[in-house]
Write a protein that binds this ligand. Structure first.
Ligand code: ZN
Length: 503
């Protein structure tokens, strides 16, 4: 075959992709295996690769190669893989070129110091040490929004980096609707809901048994271990080197079952997404998840809509019981189902139940916007946090460690990321409804504790497309309508009214 401009571009794309994935291997190894003493050498290796990546990905030559191939591919259908690739390459190239190298270096320097200071500040429960770093990070984020450019709201420029095309105004409207439906439901549960006992989750559970069951349940939901790997990490994550090498990590608490169980299901959802991307998209930026919000929808779907459902545990509680006969021998599937769905307004986002989780996100979204607009100086953050928690969840943290210092995101210069967690919950509910409506086999399968038909739908509608479409286009193609709050509200209203006997 004659060499074309597209072939020449693909060579460059593959090179950039391979360096990026090699960086991921170094980073995964750093979190999972590396002795602490290896850190300074590892940081040097990673910095060198990052510089190389930046050079290749922003070069004039690369930009010209994208345009030559674009001219050659003009006229192909809009959903053709190569047309979609050009769209994504242009977007990524333009965004990277908008940030001068000096700015990128400054942001990475400030972020690295801020992260170290934040870790210590959280440990010492001392916000004042972190405050000047947070102020500087907010300034840099404002500058970055200006460099990227925006039409109405500087926040849009940051959000767009995680959720292509999302706008603060539209996200704010959807969140307001979620809040309006969630708060009365929480009040009803507090006032007249029956009480739920979750003590059976808090017992000694030997880690070896937890790991055995995590492997079992991961395989049950469809994670392909032959193309995956389960490791241990303090902060669990999924990382992908290729669609045939999508790894997960989890953490083990010797006296609490939920973190390993639901952490594993969550990360399996992320990794299964990547395992399901089309082979033809491999070694390009299309061979990965569409956006942070769509990615989170896949993890949340497996963790919550499947993994916290009554039908799932009716089928699989006996295996869990067999793993832990002493701890769970006297319990039944229904008691377990109730325990894992207990609703309790609490201080820590990552421990929140399905109903209160989005309120934690709404708070962070409001505060990020206020900091970015200048309405909220960094020094006023702890107070604003406490007031917001009281207003949204009716609980206030006794200190900043359990308040505004709990999350890593801001110290890592990730502003605009938080909303994608809640968007993921909404996407998941809307997709789940559409999958059930598309084919009776989906519901029949789930009722028997199997995910084959659901996974088939996800593979077809979501996974195989990788990053070909924007989140808006993807959800519209998959479910027939734009993202809304309705499916999520229906889901939680029905589930929790039943659980708490409100109906
Ligand atoms: Zn996740």
């Amino acid at each position: 075959m004659a060499s074309t401009a597209t072939d020449a571009l693909l060579q460059q794309v593959h090179r950039i992709h391979d360096i990026g994935r090699a960086l991921s291997v170094l980073s995964w190894d750093r979190e999972v295996n590396m002795p602490k003493a290896g850190d300074s050498a590892r940081v040097q290796q990673m910095t060198t690769l990052r510089q190389l990546l930046h050079q290749f990905a922003t070069s004039d030559d690369y930009g010209a190669a994208i345009e030559s191939a674009a001219a050659e591919l003009d006229g192909l259908p809009e959903d053709d893989d190569r047309r979609c690739l050009i769209r994504v390459l242009r977007r990524d190239y333009d965004r990277s070129r908008k940030l001068p190298e000096a700015f990128v270096l400054e942001l990475s320097r400030v972020g690295a110091v801020a992260w170290t200071v934040w870790k210590q500040a959280r440990e010492d429960n001392d916000f004042s040490n972190f405050q000047p770093h947070l102020s500087r990070l907010v300034e840099l984020q404002r500058e970055m929004a200006g460099l990227y450019g925006y039409e109405q709201d500087p926040y849009d420029a940051l959000l767009d980096g995680y959720e292509e095309g999302a706008r603060a105004a539209q996200v704010g409207a959807v969140f307001a609707a979620v809040k309006a439906a969630t708060v009365p439901l929480l009040e009803a549960i507090a006032e007249r809901g029956r009480s739920i006992d979750d003590s059976l989750l808090h017992q000694p559970f030997p880690v070896a048994g937890q790991e055995a069951f995590a492997r079992h349940v991961g395989a049950v939901v469809g994670y392909d271990f032959a193309r995956g790997h389960l490791g241990t990490a303090v902060h669990p994550f999924a990382t992908v080197f290729d669609r045939n090498d999508a790894r997960i990590t989890t953490r083990w608490y010797p006296d609490f079952l939920s973190p390993s169980l639901f952490g594993t299901l969550h990360e399996c959802g992320h990794a299964m997404y990547e395992q399901g991307t089309a082979e033809a998209l491999a070694r390009t930026p299309l061979g990965r998840g569409c956006s942070s919000g769509i990615h989170e929808s896949q993890s949340r779907m497996i963790e919550n809509l499947v993994g916290r459902s009554r039908v799932f545990w009716r089928a699989h509680f006996p295996s869990l019981q067999a793993q832990f006969p002493q701890q769970l021998g006297q319990a039944d599937a229904e008691a377990f189902y109730r325990a894992i769905n207990k609703v309790q307004p609490s201080l820590i986002r990552v421990e929140a139940d399905e109903l209160t989780y989005n309120l934690h996100i709404i708070l962070r979204f409001e505060l990020e916007q206020a900091m970015l607009s200048g309405d909220l100086p960094a020094g006023d953050l702890p107070g604003a946090w406490r007031d917001g928690m009281q207003r949204l969840l009716g609980v206030a943290p006794p200190d900043d460690r359990e308040g505004c210092l709990q999350d890593v995101h801001w110290s890592g210069a990730s502003f605009g990321y938080f909303p994608t967690y809640a968007l993921g919950n909404l996407h998941a509910a809307q997709m789940f409804e559409a999958a059930l409506a598309s084919d009776p086999a989906v519901g029949l399968d789930l009722a028997a504790g199997r995910t084959d038909a659901l996974l088939g739908w996800l593979r077809e509608q979501v996974h195989r497309h990788g990053r070909k479409f924007s989140p808006d286009t993807l959800i519209e193609r998959a479910t027939g309508r734009p993202l809304g709050h309705e499916a999520f509200v229906r889901y939680v209203t029905s589930k929790f009214s039943d659980l708490y006997g409100l109906a």
